[in-house]
Design a protein. Structure first.
Length: 380
């Protein structure tokens, strides 16, 4: 149904202009990119529902239902208060693994603090009504501590593993005064978080028995992870992580691992000044699977498992903001063989998120106001 519906979206009333297809030549053949939804306000995250429609977040604080024909709903009621400032706002969205029976939807967002001007990443869950118009029984299940006066580096990707644990990526809030807390286990800044769907802490988290450590922490030493996905064969979490000026990373997450920020990076300060490592580094730092200099500014991340692009099975796809592109990461199992920037230097759109659709096409969110959802498929 979804494939047939989207094939006719050039005439859908949700579109502000006729959908214009673009064709690109890739290392494995020609592909077609076509807008299937237009008119979104700074969209950030998306997830497909069982009926092949979508939920899409907009940073100003709106959650939208997008039907399979591309129609955009009014804002869904019941969304928590968000701080829409800088990089903050309503960010990612995920479905509970048991969504078809419990209808739980999870949202990450910039949550205001009690002290004026402070905020942090938070995650709330609520029950989506059958008519897709409201969330009820909304509760906050994670609130990053400490809350700080910053409008940057919220992280915020949400993803469930096959055992039903929820993983949350957080940022270290950017400022040199704050970012050192990425190395501190008594702070949620710059961490991968692992919790149960109700917000409780699994007993086997790596720092549960570490004195002074926050038990939700799964890994640390991160800067700003805006892409997260589980490898389809190994079940391991991979993240796309913003470095400073240069030094963006693709990381395979190790339980309890220290990924080095801000002790060590291939990038520099935005001023161009070096980020000098301390004389003594921890001997257990986890190396990145891939780094990029200069920075493409990575965002959403997805592994491809479908049949529509047989040559891409097992590869990862990463959005690029500064690089305005979609990056294919060529994988042989867990080994990174190389990468391909699919659309080239003249592509105008910042890609905020990427996911595989039920029709095995790839769907991309453009980071703009108005923003689009684009469908990538083999050229006919």
């Amino acid at each position: 149904m979804f494939r047939q519906a989207l094939a006719g979206l050039a005439c859908a009333t949700a579109l502000t202009a006729p959908a214009i297809a673009q064709t690109f030549e890739t290392e494995t053949g020609s592909v077609t990119l076509v807008p299937v939804v237009e008119g979104l306000q700074s969209p950030w995250g998306m997830v497909f529902l069982p009926d092949e429609s979508m939920l899409v977040t907009e940073r100003p604080g709106n959650l939208r239902h997008v039907s399979a024909d591309g129609s955009i709903s009014d804002p869904i009621a019941g969304i928590p208060e968000v701080v829409f400032e800088g990089q903050g706002g309503l960010l990612d969205v995920a479905l509970d693994p048991e969504f078809e029976t419990n209808r739980y939807v999870y949202l990450s967002y910039a949550e205001p603090g009690d002290e004026a001007g402070t905020n942090s990443t938070a995650v709330a869950r609520g029950v989506l009504s059958d008519d897709m118009t409201q969330l009820t029984d909304v509760e906050v299940i994670f609130s990053q501590q400490p809350k700080l006066p910053s409008a940057l580096h919220f992280g915020s990707r949400l993803t469930f593993d096959n055992e039903g644990y929820l993983f949350i990526t957080t940022g270290e809030r950017s400022d040199a005064e704050f970012r050192v807390q990425a190395q501190d286990l008594d702070s949620h800044l710059g961490k991968v978080i692992r919790i149960l769907p109700d917000g409780s802490v699994p007993e086997d988290n790596p720092f549960v028995d570490t004195e002074g450590a926050l038990p939700e922490i799964w890994s640390y030493g991160h800067r700003n992870m805006q892409g997260a996905a589980f490898h389809p064969d190994t079940g391991e979490l991979w993240v796309a992580e913003h470095g400073p000026r240069g030094g963006d990373e693709l990381n395979r997450i190790v339980e309890g691992g220290n990924f080095g920020w801000p002790l060590l990076t291939e990038g520099t300060e935005y001023s161009g000044d070096p980020i000098n490592p301390p004389q003594e580094l921890p001997d257990d730092l986890v190396e990145a699977e891939r780094t990029w200099v200069p920075s493409p500014a990575p965002s959403g991340l997805a592994f491809y498992t479908g049949d529509l692009f047989p040559d891409w099975q097992g590869d990862a796809f990463m959005g690029a903001l500064a690089g305005t592109d979609l990056i294919r990461i060529d994988l042989e199992g867990e080994e990174v063989l190389g990468d391909e920037f699919l659309f080239g230097d003249d592509f105008p759109h910042r890609i905020r998120d990427v996911t595989q659709g039920p029709d095995d096409a790839l769907y991309l969110i453009t980071d703009a106001d108005p923003g689009q959802i684009l469908r990538l498929s083999p050229a006919q």
